[in-house]
Design a protein around this ligand. Structure first.
Ligand code: MG
Length: 253
């Protein structure tokens, strides 16, 4: 806000009548919050990581990742040219760190040359919290430029739960971005769901999921349900296609 506009607003607030319903004159300073000043964060260049982000892939190696089936081992997906790619049929990989609520940025690219169709065309997935091998909450990654599939399984869907608001896909072979706000579910000590998971997601800068509540973990068949869990890894899916990734960072909230 410029000083000029700010001064104008300050002047306006002085001029406005501040009468309460009970006739008491309201003091606008009573509702000003000064104690909690948001800390400064330096935005990254273009889609680069902000100053307080945890970088999960910086173009060099997969030290932040391990196989979902054996997390202590090194992840053996293919790293080359500043990006990494699924090594088909080697299995999913997941972060070594555990997260609860966070903001995430991730860039993905399906191969320019694809032979399959529907779910067999550039399929991967961003599991916002992994609860074990082949389980968790999946934001779908899939070629979606002219590739017909069920709407709640296309790219940017919360798999089998929430259809994206729009199709913001780029062509196969082009880099695409996901920016996600993840609010983890909360459970009571006896495992009962206290509050569901929420997802807000932007695909290529376009809002595709607007604070949607999840009904449970993503499942291929049947109805989703919750199982109690705490802080969890973020997981990337090996669905047999050589999908690539770059510039991944996360800000725990
Ligand atoms: Mg998938």
């Amino acid at each position: 806000m410029t000083a000029k506009i700010s001064a104008a607003i300050v002047g306006l607030s002085v001029m406005l009548p501040c009468a309460a319903q009970d006739g008491r004159r309201l003091d606008p300073t009573e509702t000003e919050v000064w104690a909690a000043e948001p800390r400064g964060v330096v935005p990254g260049a273009s889609a680069g990581a902000p100053s307080d982000a945890i970088v999960l892939f910086d173009g060099k190696d997969l030290r932040e990742w391990g196989p979902a089936a054996s997390p202590a081992n090194p992840a053996d997906w293919v790293v080359a040219g500043g990006v990494f790619s699924v090594r088909p049929r080697s299995g999913d990989i997941q972060t070594r760190r555990l997260f609860t609520d966070y903001q995430l940025h991730l860039e993905w690219r399906v191969p320019a040359s694809l032979s399959g169709s529907g779910q067999a065309r550039g399929n991967s997935g961003l599991f916002l919290a992994s609860t074990g091998v082949d389980s968790g909450y999946e934001l779908q990654i899939l070629d979606c430029a002219g590739n017909k599939t069920y709407a709640n399984g296309q790219a940017a869907s919360i798999y089998k739960q929430h259809i994206p608001l729009v199709n913001a896909c780029a062509a196969a072979g082009e880099w695409q971005t996901y920016d996600v706000i993840w609010t983890a579910p909360r459970f009571s000590a006896d495992g009962a769901l206290v509050s569901p998971a929420y997802v807000t997601a932007l695909h290529n800068g376009v809002l595709v999921q607007n604070h949607v509540a999840l009904r449970g973990e993503s499942v291929y068949a049947g109805k989703p349900s919750y199982r109690r869990h705490g802080p969890a890894p973020i997981k990337l899916q090996d669905h047999g296609d050589a999908v690539s990734f770059r510039n991944i960072w996360v800000r725990p909230l």
